[in-house]
Design a protein around this ligand. Sequence first.
Ligand code: F6R
Length: 243
Amino acid sequence: MEVIIVQDAAAGGETVAQGIAALLRRTPAALLGVATGSTPLPVYQALASLVRAGGVDMSAARIAQLDEYVGLPQGHPESYRSVVLREVVEPLGLDPASFMGPDGSAEDVRAACEAYDAALAAAGGVDLQLLGIGTDGHIGFNEPCSSLASRTRIKTLTEQTRADNARFFGGDIEQVPRHVITQGIGTILEARHLVLLATGENKADAVARAVEGPVASVVPASALQLHPHATVVVDEAAASKLK
Ligand code: F6R
């Protein structure tokens, strides 16, 4: 595992965007796995600047969602499909048809999960998966004690994660869905390159446990230690508890 410490969130965004741009120069039709939440926003902004400046051509790039809330009405602004369309697909000028994600409004959620794993495999697998990390060490929405071999499936969010995400729902935890579909840890580990970005002091504990603690399902992000090509980009605050 490679750990890159940068000064702040903007530098983290720039570093990861440059890595994605380098991949796209080698593999223009790369399948990029994208995360939502606050942390990756500087990545998408830096990538959009690169596209505008002609530094990278994303016209053939494909996008895959990492996770999705279950039960939000279609088109809800906080569904991850809406967020990825708003924060990634539109600003980067990508073709919405090149974007895939799990169907959080499916009647048969289990079938939707299986269909998503099959779609990822049929697309040739994820070339680069961008990840954030929860304060409890989750990746995707694989909460602590998720099986390290898990596949895409429905999960129940912890109260901590619902409280962390209430800021996207007007601060009202009751509006945060209780269930999600998430790529499993086993699914995530199949991506050819994992890039975890963490910024801010509130991630320092989780980063230290993921990077320097034992590999254990109680810290899902520690599974990155098992991957042959994992990069962790952290700002100084998030790195503050690394030895
Ligand atoms: C979102 C996701 C989550 C977030 C994590 C951190 O697609 O998979 O694992 O990356 O909850 O969220 P932020 O970046 O908002 O702190």
